[in-house]
Design a protein around this ligand. Structure first.
Ligand SMILES: Nc1nc2c(c(=O)[nH]1)N[C@H]1C(S)=C(S)[C@@H](COP(=O)(O)OP(=O)(O)OC[C@H]3O[C@@H](n4cnc5c(=O)[nH]c(N)nc54)[C@H](O)[C@@H]3O)O[C@H]1N2
Ligand SMILES: Nc1nc2c(c(=O)[nH]1)N[C@H]1C(S)=C(S)[C@@H](COP(=O)(O)OP(=O)(O)OC[C@H]3O[C@@H](n4cnc5c(=O)[nH]c(N)nc54)[C@H](O)[C@@H]3O)O[C@H]1N2
Ligand code: SF4
Ligand SMILES: [Mo]
Length: 741
């Protein structure tokens, strides 16, 4: 036996990217462990610890599969990569020849395949397709794009040095966004304060100095209330507002529409509490308001995000120690934004991007308006922060796939993404998938999405590939990631997939890198180092940051200032000021429902194959306040249907006094791998939240067209027992469930 080697590798199971220590012996991973860095080591998440076990399961895909039966029939034959790739290239060419390059669409993961190094977007831009989507359309990427409208960039919270943290429906836990959980605890240990906005007494709310227990979906109204207090009481930074903002008077006028009585009525939070929180935020010497998916996923999402940006700016928290850092690109590392070659896509093809007209906020339409200003300040016209810019609108894409409206989309690639379950209006996604000429899934496991593909290609994992993590261009930190072991059998990276396909489609010259190492060497050129030299030298390298560099460069907006009233939104015909829009209500659906409260053992729709995870959380749980349960005649453990007027899902009642009355929590991502081949969708059609979510205009944010996961109307009905397929579900009987808060 050879000695145990310890490699450092960045976990990309979730988007926070912890660098972990991987213990390897004779080509096998023995375990992963936290490094000495307290940001990671103080707690260490279950998903990271169990990753090697997940990847070693026999269900892992290891050979390319070609569909032989009807789409979705589960009949496959094993093929070589060469057979698969030459047929995929030929069939993609046919679709492009017949319908144009815009008939080809891609959905990728936000995180796990990020080591594709921008090659997917590069391939699409060279081919001429603008129709790329991802979960980042409703998770952080869209926040980044919307931040650019106001601030010209997406700031990173300096939690290490802050005096006040505001968590707006963000609930980092020991097993969820663990480093952020650790940093918030460290900030509190140093005397920092915490404000939490959450309809539930979440784990973070329990530890907060102020908990604003607002109704789900009303965040924009809450922040408008804060702005009203801060403007009325002149708590803002007057010099900054005078010198560095435009639109203050217009904002003040808009705030006149939001007296605190109205805000209190909308949010359900008393006026005095709103005032205390707003004063604390404006008065803090430094304050951070980290990103939260909650504001990404509401009908007033754009306004809520813009309010957060405005608060950060006018209260003087922008680009100061302990505040919101405007890092800019890391000049030492070639960014994905550059590799993606957005400038190669013709204006005509950009204009065809689905969503360009109706929901433009993160499409090429706003990208074009911002490009010269981003270039002026950040040196590159197409700053694709957190991958969330220049995207198609997902709902518009699925409509085109299903109905051919406004034009047909006939080839769809899904890479490290469980597309069927990971957007709104799941039935339409299924229709869209069933209407394709070619579907390629790049996956670790057979999933409800992969089941519908023509080709299922076996992927590698973060333990099996080299990487340097740059936080998706968001922070200027470079984190080393060594390849710990070889990928099993025929597993290959998404990077290799795109480079191979480019070669076969006549684009090889523009994508000449044959290996990830060659690509990483290319990206390290500005530092004058090879990939190997970098990982031998650094665990992490953080570029020196100059605070308030806007004083030299201005901001990356059309005015060069913070746009309290957005000239870009105005130019494309939208309200340039933030507002609150009441979610669609219907008396037949009296509850206020939200998705979220991520589950400790799972990442999103993943990990359902892992027995230890399934024992911790064996069935989908609907959280109900005990008094609401009494009114409904429900007890813990009852099976219920939650319906929304669009669809319904079932789950088990868990009585949760931490819920705000009148609210229901529906979990995301439920399906059962053991039902693949036995039940269409393997339980996803019975339990996944996407069944509930409408994506017609009333239910989408106006500017971005993001769906309403927080604060939609629902009803609750008792079922006589579990649906029949639950009898075939594993691990429910030997489970030892955990309580996640
Ligand atoms: N273990 C584990 N960790 C994960 C994940 C996972 O699947 N499993 N997923 C990762 C991903 S992709 C993400 S995006 C993050 C998400 O993680 P978080 O940012 O923590 O988001 P959620 O868990 O969706 O919900 C957070 C809180 O929002 C509250 N909430 C619900 N509706 C509203 C509302 O309308 N307004 C406000 N203010 N609060 C509301 C909920 O009660 C909940 O406490 O977690 C990451 N971490
Ligand atoms: N309906 C609904 N939709 C949502 C959300 C929701 O709450 N409800 N949440 C949104 C949010 S916050 C997010 S972040 C997104 C997440 O959406 P996704 O990115 O789709 O995340 P997952 O559900 O984890 O699916 C990832 C898939 O990739 C596979 N995979 C994991 N690692 C690798 C890898 O290294 N290579 C390859 N090839 N495959 C890999 C896994 O097996 C899994 O099937 O979903 C968004 N969409
Ligand atoms: S929080 Fe857990 S899943 Fe996310 S990167 Fe860190 S170890 Fe991986
Ligand atoms: Mo997410």
């Amino acid at each position: 036996m050879s000695p145990v080697e310890v490699k450092k590798a960045v976990c990309t199971v979730c988007d926070i990217a912890c660098q972990l220590e991987v213990h390897v012996q004779d080509g096998e991973v023995l375990k992963v462990a936290p490094p000495s860095n307290p940001v990671v080591a103080d707690n260490f998440c279950f998903k990271g610890i169990t990753a090697p076990k997940l990847y070693a399961l026999p269900e892992r895909l290891k050979t390319p599969l070609r569909r032989v039966g009807e789409r979705g029939s589960g009949e496959w034959e094993e093929v070589t990569w060469d057979e698969a790739m030459s047929d995929i290239a030929a069939r993609l060419k046919r679709v492009v020849d017949e319908h144009g390059p815009e008939a080809f669409a891609v959905s990728t993961s936000n995180w796990n395949t990020s080591v594709e190094m921008g090659m997917g977007r590069r391939f699409m831009n060279l081919l001429g397709s603008p129709n790329w989507i991802s979960g980042v359309a409703m998770c952080m990427g869209n926040t980044a794009a919307v931040n650019k409208l106001t601030l010209g960039w997406f700031p990173w919270p300096d939690l290490l040095n802050t005096e006040l943290v505001v968590l707006g429906g963000h609930n980092p836990r020991k097993h969820s966004w663990t480093p952020i959980y650790n940093l918030v605890r460290q900030a509190q240990a140093k005397g920092g304060k915490l404000i939490v906005l959450d309809p539930r007494v979440s784990g973070q709310a329990e530890k907060a100095d102020i908990h604003l227990q607002l109704r789900a979906g009303t965040d924009a109204a809450m922040y408008l209330g804060w702005l009203r207090v801060i403007v009325d009481e002149q708590l803002y930074d007057e010099d900054f507002v005078r010198d560095w903002t435009v639109g203050f008077d217009a904002l003040r006028e808009r705030l006149a529409e939001y007296p605190l009585e109205r805000v209190a009525e909308i949010t359900g939070v008393e006026i005095a509490k709103i005032q205390t929180a707003a004063r604390m935020y404006a008065g803090a010497r430094s304050a951070c308001m980290p990103w939260s998916p909650t504001t990404d996923q509401q009908v007033s999402s754009t306004s809520a995000i813009r309010c957060q940006s405005i608060l950060k700016a006018i209260c003087g928290h922008l680009d100061v120690p302990g505040g919101e850092l405007m890092y800019g690109f890391n000049a030492e590392y070639l960014t994905e934004s550059k590799l993606e070659l957005h400038e190669a896509l013709s204006p005509e093809q950009r204009g065809k991007q689905l969503g360009y007209d109706e929901y433009p906020a993160f499409t090429h339409r706003t990208g074009e308006l911002l490009a010269p200003h981003t270039e002026r300040v950040y040196g590159h016209a197409y700053a694709n922060l957190v991958m969330g810019s220049y995207m198609a609108n997902p709902s518009s894409l699925f409509k085109a796939m299903a109905d051919g409206d406004p034009y047909p989309v006939k080839a769809f690639f899904t890479l490290g993404n469980n597309t069927l379950m990971s957007y709104a209006n799941q039935p339409r996604i299924r229709e869209g998938l069933m209407n394709q000429d070619l579907i390629v899934a790049h996956e670790l496991f057979m999933t409800p999405t992969a089941e519908l593909a023509d080709y299922v290609l076996p992927g590698d994992t973060w333990l099996e590939r080299p990487n340097i993590h740059d936080s998706f261009g968001w922070r200027s930190w470079l984190i080393s990631s060594e390849q710990a072991v070889q990928p099993p059998e025929n597993c290959r990276s998404v990077f290799a997939f795109w480079v191979d396909l480019a070669e076969r489609m006549g684009l090889g010259e523009q994508m000449p890198w044959k290996t990830l190492e060659a690509m990483l060497d290319h990206r390290m050129q500005p530092m004058g180092m090879s990939y190997q030299e970098f990982i031998d030298t650094y665990d992490m390298r953080i570029a020196k940051h100059q605070y308030r560099s806007y004083r030299r460069t201005g901001f990356g907006t059309p005015s060069g200032k913070i746009e309290l009233s957005s000239s870009v939104l105005e130019e494309i015909g939208f309200d340039p000021l933030p507002y609150y829009r009441e979610p669609h209500r219907d008396p037949a659906f009296p509850y206020n429902v939200f998705i979220g409260v991520r589950e400790d053992p799972y990442f999103q729709t993943g990990q359902r194959q892992l027995p230890s995870a399934r024992k911790m959380s064996p069935l989908p749980k609907i959280f109900v306040h005990p008094d609401d349960a009494t009114d409904e005649g429900l007890v813990a453990g009852d099976w219920v249907n939650v319906s929304s007027g669009h669809g319904s899902v079932s789950g088990v009642v868990e009585l949760r006094p931490d819920m705000l009355r009148g609210h229901l929590r529906v979990p995301h991502g439920w399906w059962f791998p053991e039902l693949i081949g036995k039940l269409d969708g393997a339980g996803a059609d019975q339990h996944n939240d996407g069944m509930l979510i409408d994506d017609t205009a009333d239910h989408l944010d106006r500017e971005q067209g993001v769906p309403q996961f927080k604060g939609f109307a629902g009803a609750l009905h008792r079922l006589d027992g579990p649906p029949p397929h639950i009898a075939d579900v594993l691990h429910q009987k030997d489970a030892t469930p955990v309580l996640f808060t």
